[in-house]
Design a protein around this ligand. Structure first.
Ligand SMILES: [Zn+2]
Length: 199
């Protein structure tokens, strides 16, 4: 399944990452032996392993039996799913909210599963555009949905604390598939249901 893109079952080598982080501290002009930094390489290694745990999850595991049969063809909306990811260009965080709408053909997601699905793709090095598309594609394929719409609004630290230093700019990306792509009415319904954005 295309949703399983880049599935790496291997745990990262924490000892190796620690060594690299220690070297990085030296290159940045720091003394990795000073008290405050002594445990930093090991903390950073564990933290990076956690922040990229999405590489080691598979769509099959994440969704595992949490699809319910429901005879409805009304639009289902889940709003404001928290997103924490890291941009692949700078390895700095981007974070915000994800809104998902879909029209089922008989099967629906348990609500917490959608959040886990978002996490699975977010906890990797990402581009917001690709993240948005991967989520919509995964929802579309795994329940054979009639249509899917995904919108992500996020702030990127690589924009906020370096480079252009645009503190308040938020990036909005969307991906629509099936009836959400074909029908303007369906798209409008989705946008109306997720409500006014940019709070
Ligand atoms: Zn970036």
């Amino acid at each position: 399944m295309r949703g399983s893109w880049h599935y790496l079952p291997m745990e990262p080598n924490l000892a190796k990452i620690e060594t690299l982080v220690r070297q990085l501290l030296v290159e940045l002009g720091e003394d990795p032996e000073r008290e405050g930094l002594k445990a930093t390489p090991s903390r950073v290694a564990k933290s990076l392993a956690f922040l990229t745990h999405g590489y080691r999850a598979s769509l099959e595991q994440v969704i595992n039996k949490a699809l319910f049969t429901q005879d409805t063809s009304s639009m289902v909306i889940v709003k404001d799913i928290e997103v924490y990811s890291m941009c692949e260009h700078h390895m700095l965080p981007f974070f915000g909210r994800c809104h998902i709408g879909y029209i089922p053909t008989g099967r629906v997601f348990g609500v917490s599963k959608l959040a886990r699905l978002v996490d699975m793709y977010a906890r990797r090095l990402q581009l917001q555009e690709r993240l948005t598309e991967q989520i919509s594609q995964a929802v579309f394929e795994s329940i054979d949905a009639r249509g899917v719409g995904v919108m992500i609004e996020a702030r990127h630290l690589c924009m906020m604390m370096r480079g252009v230093e645009k503190q308040n700019s938020e990036m909005v990306t969307s991906s629509v598939l099936g009836t959400f792509r074909e029908s303007e009415t369906t798209r409008d319904e989705f946008l109306a249901l997720i409500g006014p954005r940019g709070r």
